[in-house]
Design a protein around this ligand. Structure first.
Ligand code: NAD
Ligand code: KPL
Length: 303
């Protein structure tokens, strides 16, 4: 069955090139005629891995093509994902599988609710990729992809395509726990790295604030029935900070490059969940307020 990849950016490109070289049938869906023309002049997607670059002429089309879509990988940012799926909604069929490769939470649930006849698979990824230019992607860091369906624990047969394409993956029967845990790590690390304008390692100078944020986050996770995701949270936050000490967090990189952040699906989502569950999380609320003020001052969207 053909895969359609919506969002030919860093991670979408990384998946598409590996599927393509494994001979898996796939098509890219590009935003508009201009982007399609640019893609055609580039001759395909270029992937650089360990210093070697190869070109993959993956066929591409526009959202309004008329062929049905049975398997759709959505690799847009969380704030673009729902609108992107809406652009191809006439092509979706009952039972179409939508693979949602977004960081944070909120965008996946919105899509699953809006297209209830599709099977939505949520993905949490720690792979690293960035775009060097238009359609040139660099595979920057090895990682893992956890996939799961909160409504159906059965693993789909097409994981064999991912195996063939050597895309690291694990089927996870409790994907919500994985996504909440990652969200909590991102809430503890990313906003502070932006506000202190520092690399992850330098956050160790703010142990008290990290400790109080982790308490709020663990309390919130338990209130959201995510008890397992709360276990040992602070220890893991410290481990991640040490392991990524010399890196800038993804949110720091977004701000530094003047790009919109995914705040609404990370700390924003945590604060909305706290309100919904009546959880007192003053440290999280203050951090969100400070982050939004900081983004506004730099002319960046606060949602
Ligand atoms: P990206 O900005 O590199 O790519 C997103 C692509 O989606 C862009 O090419 C954009 O043009 C396209 N797009 C947006 N709206 C579209 C539409 N309506 N139709 C067609 N295309 C559309 O983003 P990314 O870095 O690949 O991130 C995708 C998600 O994966 C994010 O939630 C991010 O947090 C997460 N993530 C990224 C990495 C990474 O290393 N890049 C790692 C882990 C998680
Ligand atoms: O995922 C991350 C990010 O930068 O987005 C880490 C490295 C875990 C920091 O939160």
């Amino acid at each position: 069955m053909t895969w359609h990849v919506l969002g030919a950016g860093s991670l979408g490109g990384l998946w598409a090139t590996r599927l393509s070289r494994a001979g898996v049938p796939l098509r890219l869906i590009l935003r508009n005629q201009q982007r399609l023309a640019d893609y055609q002049s580039a001759g395909g997607l270029a992937l650089t891995e360990e210093g070697e670059t190869s070109l993959y002429p993956v066929p591409a089309e526009l959202p309004d093509a008329t062929t049905p879509i049975r398997r759709l990988l959505v690799a847009c940012k969380a704030y673009d994902a729902q609108a992107a799926v809406a652009e191809v909604s006439l092509r979706l069929r009952s039972g179409t599988e939508i693979l949602l490769l977004q960081n944070g939470l909120g965008s996946q649930q919105a899509i699953a609710e809006r297209w209830p006849d599709c099977r939505c698979i949520f993905i949490s990824s720690t792979e690293g990729a960035y775009r060097q230019s238009g359609f040139s992607i660099v595979h920057a860091g090895r990682g893992q992809n956890w996939l799961g369906d909160p409504m159906n624990p059965n693993a789909p047969a097409w994981l064999a395509d991912m195996e063939k394409a050597q895309i690291p993956h694990v089927w996870n029967r409790d994907i919500m726990s994985k996504l909440w845990r990652k969200l909590a790590l991102n809430c503890a690390i990313n906003p502070m790295s932006v506000l202190h304008d520092c690399r992850n390692g330098e956050l160790l100078a703010h142990r008290e604030q990290l400790n109080s944020l982790c308490k709020d986050l663990a309390h919130l996770l338990r209130a959201c029935n995510q008890t397992e995701a709360a276990v040992g949270l602070e220890d893991e936050v410290l481990r991640v900070i040490e392991a990524t000490a010399s890196n800038y967090s993804s949110m720091h990189q977004d701000v530094h490059n003047g790009r919109r952040t995914e705040v609404s699906f990370l700390l924003g989502h945590a604060c909305r969940a706290a309100l919904q569950h009546g959880v007192e999380a003053p440290g999280l609320a203050r951090l969100l307020e400070q982050l939004r003020a900081f983004l506004q001052l730099r002319g960046l969207p606060t949602d």
